[in-house]
Design a protein around this ligand. Structure first.
Ligand code: HEM
Length: 183
């Protein structure tokens, strides 16, 4: 007789830590991005931009860690919900993941095209993704700015959906991202 392992009911501790760690970092990066673009040119602005770049590269690295973790540690099946809700949740999560990849990349491309190499944590010089090209840099700057706004909107909708599940539907959607199984 074939014995099947039942599907998990919770995420692993690592998955929960990655979810909240990336969420906190991205929210801080969006706020820092908006604040620093309004700052007049100064050493303080340069410092914030440098930290912003390091934080963004960290999100890019964590995107791959999280992807690998997800592939090797399946997520629990979705909580029962109408098909339209499941479909829109899937579409929203796909867009969120895509932006977690594209937003740091557009920032890195912007820095590269502006001719400013990123030295991660002042330790690891990252390659420029494109040669210096200020007009192209201006395009990536626009894309990066629009991406930041889009991410802020998606994160707000994602959080509102989680709160609706918790307080209106009173299901386990939010709770299972707060408690974990071993692993
Ligand atoms: C998830 C990661 C990231 C998020 C959420 C994010 C978000 C933002 C936001 C919201 C802005 C303000 C845009 C505006 O209002 O015009 C911004 C600006 C900027 N970001 Fe990012 N960013 C990320 C990653 C990166 C990375 C990896 C780099 C470079 C390696 C980078 C470089 C910059 C630069 C140079 C600016 C403009 C600073 C200025 O014009 O004064 N960002 N970012």
């Amino acid at each position: 007789m074939e014995l099947r392992t039942p599907p998990p009911t919770h995420y692993t501790r690592t998955a929960v830590a990655l979810h909240w760690g990336i969420a906190a970092l991205v929210i801080i990066l969006i706020a820092a991005g908006w604040i620093m673009t309004d700052m007049p040119g100064s050493p303080a602005k340069l410092q914030v931009v440098t930290w912003h770049k390091w934080g963004g590269i960290t999100v890019l690295a964590l995107f791959f860690v999280r992807g690998l973790w997800r592939l090797t540690h399946p997520a629990p099946p979705p909580v029962a919900a109408p098909v339209w809700q499941q479909r829109s949740a899937q579409a929203m999560h796909a867009l969120l993941y895509a932006m977690l990849l594209l937003q740091p990349l557009s920032g890195w491309l912007f820095s590269s095209a502006a001719g400013r190499q990123v030295v991660y944590l002042n330790l690891i010089p990252l390659p420029n993704l494109v040669a210096r090209n200020p007009p192209l840099g201006a395009v990536f700057k626009e894309l990066h700015g629009a991406g930041g706004t889009l991410l802020a909107v998606i994160i707000a909708l994602h959080a509102l959906a989680a709160l609706k599940h918790h307080f209106v539907d009173r299901d386990d959607t939010l709770r299972r991202m707060l408690r974990w199984r071993a692993g």
